[in-house]
Design a protein around this ligand. Sequence first.
Ligand code: GLU
Length: 306
Amino acid sequence: MKLRNTAAAAIVVLALAATSTACGKSGSPDDKDGDKPSGGTSAAALPQYKVNTAADVKDSPVFEKIKGKEITIGTKADQPGLGYENPGTKKRSGFDVEIARMIAADLGFDEAHIKFKTVPSEARETQIASGGVDLYVGTYTINDERKKQVGFGGPYYEAGQDLLVKADSDIKGPEDLKGKKVCSATGSTPLKRIKEAKYDVAEAKAQQGYQLCVQDLVNGSVDAVTTDDSILKGYAAENKGALKVVGNPFSKEPYGVGLKKEDAALREAVNKAIEAHVQNGDWKKAYDATLGLSGSGATPPKIERY
Ligand code: GLU
């Protein structure tokens, strides 16, 4: 970095000072704000998670396998504010990433022992079931169909399906999609829903991820992108003045932490971790520093044990 003047030097010194005070005994890295996409995070306000070095999860086959080693957590990489990977620095940021870090800390894993793995919507069930990931935290809606293949801790957040359109579009809700082209992600609940006959869309285009859909919207090959409002707000913030979220949610998408279906002990450990971090204020701090920057306030939903 070139320091052209003393003001720039002073800023760097301040930034370093803030970083070192924030560091302490935590399981989080000094800086995890990625390249700060507008829907992204502000490093200074992120909580620090104390690693439970005595963690044990009795009767959990997955924990038994990873104990004292590392935990592999699947997430998204193209969802600013939620699960984002800076393509240059490879740093991960967002609310999902923070939820993953707080759970990992409670399970005894510091940042150096978390391996994040990018897994798109369509590959989640197979990655969890095959052990490709130990946990999955990535805008993953809990539903009965998915529960046939995987288990869910949580929910830790509740989103709703919405639409992202060009700023000058007159689409105001799903009822205006008749004859329109809409993009969503393969293997997602929004794609499935938008194909229902009642919406009568001209095309439901399936992409690997939502960032690709946003490109389609910008270049005019689709009229709308549909997925959770939480995800769309991040893209709208990155494309201020050009794109907008319609703001008329038409589903409930409770986000769960995906894990092996039969590992009830790990599921309960995840639930306890979420509850503890809601209780101690980490959830709110993490939300305010990430997803909360591009949306309105939110309160954590109640854990649903099953
Ligand atoms: N929450 C929805 C789902 O789990 C959409 C977001 C996503 O694809 O991750 O299908």
